[in-house]
Design a protein around this ligand. Sequence first.
Ligand code: SF4
Length: 288
Amino acid sequence: MTSAAAKPSRTLNRLAAQLRGSVGKCIADYRMISAGDRVMVCLSGGKDSYTLLDLLLSLQRSAPVRFELLAVNLDQKQPEFPAHVLPEYLAALGVPFHIIEQDTYSVVKRVVPEGRTMCGLCSRLRRGALYRFALERGVTKIALGHHRDDIVETLFLNLFFAGRLKAMAPKLRSDDGRHVIIRPLAYVAERDIARYARGRGFPLIPCRLCGSQDNMQRVVVKNMLQAWERDFPGRTESIFSALRHVEPAHLADPRHFDFAGLEAQRVAPMSEQDEEALAFAAAAALPA
Ligand code: SF4
């Protein structure tokens, strides 16, 4: 059972305020939620999705617009999955929720050869089940618990292994074009989520019940970023900030910048008088 009823410490209150601020800013920056939205919050039972739901509920109480929240978990029928934990937690919170039951676990076990990572197929099946449910229920936004570190990890995975300058967008349209996905934790660091989840005492469900191994490439990238962060605090934030300040003219993709047409954009050369005027202005700006 959650310890949400226990009196939160001052440190936890400060952290909660900081996280609410980051999530609120992210929602505003990307216009993630509008009046009348029906937001489906996908819950896995991990720290990220509990934190996401908790912060969205808190923002819902004070938001200037009215929107609905619907918590949804997909019970994939993994062995030992404690199916009672989320319904009990959500019922105690009083938030509308639904548990989709679909045995994707057996499908994945049957199809993926022993020893190979199951996450690719598993995620596709999970996505399909959640998207179907969203359509049936008239959901207008699907909220996922990915955070800043997930986004930066994905950037490096794509850089190192796919030759693409591509991460995870805070807001996007699904590949089938029928859904809008939002990631309101995009500005939040994973370590802050971990602290918050500990402080709030969420009833976490272990994430390896499926028996799958971590994706090795992701582990390597995660370790690299953590080592950088230890040696150069703030580096992950700086990388994330770069994703928000892209300068296509200083990259090399002709689809995003008209390199071919640069000549036509060139301004006329300066006259001698203009150059003199500029030199005077520069000299005047120097300290006496
Ligand atoms: S870790 Fe397990 S449950 Fe999660 S995506 Fe991979 S196979 Fe699926």
